[in-house]
Structures are given as C-alpha cells and as structure tokens.
Design a binder for this molecule. Structure first.
Ligand code: TYD
Length: 138
C-alpha cells in the first residue's frame, strides 16, 4: 500500500491564519486540520548554512512539514519521480506520505522546520540507505 505512494500524493496543505494587529496565529488541531492523529512534534533549528537534513524514507509514518520561520527546500523522491517543494510560509504545510525519500536543504538563516508526525519515534520505520530504499520501492 505505502509502496504505491508517489511524490504526487505529497501536497501543500493550506493552514488557517488569524490576522491580528499584534501579529498572526496559525492553529493546527489533530483530527481537524491534519488528516492523521498527531503523536509527535519536533522541530529543526540552528541549521548551519549549506547543511542537508533528512536523507531517509519512512515505511508507515505520515508527516506535515512547516517552515515555521524562514525557508528551505524539500526534495521528494518515490524511486521514480522527484519533485522539489520550497517551503517559506508558516501558514502552509507539506504533507509527506509514507514510502517517500526526502531531503531538506537550502535552509535560510534562522529557519525553523516544524514537523507533525503520525507516530512516536521508531527506528524500525526508517530506511536510511538510498539503495535499500530503491529496492523497497521496486
Ligand atoms: P535524524 O532523523 O537523523 O534527523 P534528520 O532526518 O532531521 O536529519 O535525527 C537526528 C537525531 O535525533 C538522531 O540521533 C535521532 C534523533 N531523533 C530522536 O531521538 N527522536 C526523533 O523523533 C527524531 C526525529 C530524531
């Protein structure tokens, strides 16, 4: 099932934004705004210029990735098709479905990459070797 997912199943999900004179707020509620239950939240920050993060695929995990601050690019790869998505707005999320190799790069200074995940951290869910990923997708 997950092996059938393609990069075209990874879409941008517009989030809400409540404008205020004193600033904006975006609210993400599990079950309402996200199409999976949120079991884990983590964020990447203090990323040195030129660094690449990710470089793995998940077998079962769903993720929403948000540029909470700054910008970065996400390379998505299903073993056949590739696409690069630029994230640069805190009110837009990128949905990454299971079975997709991803790499995050071109982080702007001060960028914060917020990730909402459908499960807790499980090492068994990771494919960290690209050749193994290619085999998994065949
Ligand atoms: P890693 O998955 O390599 O980060 P990225 O894919 O963003 O480059 O994780 C970096 C380290 O953090 C690694 O030692 C595993 C650990 N980690 C956890 O312990 N729990 C988590 O939920 C995540 C995402 C990472």
């Amino acid at each position: 099932m997950t092996k059938k997912n393609t990069v075209y199943d990874c879409n941008i999900l517009p989030l809400n934004k409540v404008h205020n004179r004193a600033g904006n707020i975006t609210i993400i509620e599990g079950g309402n705004d996200v199409p999976f239950p949120i079991k884990r939240i983590y964020y990447l920050y203090d990323i040195p210029t030129g660094e690449t993060r990710g470089g793995h695929a998940h077998k079962e995990l769903y993720q929403l990735i948000v540029a909470a601050s700054g910008s970065f690019d996400v390379l998505l790869d299903d073993g056949k098709n590739k696409k690069i998505v630029t994230l640069n707005r805190p009110d837009y999320a990128l949905m990454v479905v299971p079975g997709i190799w991803r790499e995050l790069f071109e982080f702007s200074s001060g960028a914060i990459c917020l990730v909402l995940a459908s499960d807790v951290y499980q090492t068994e869910d990771y494919i960290r070797d690209y050749q193994e990923f290619k085999k998994y997708r065949q």
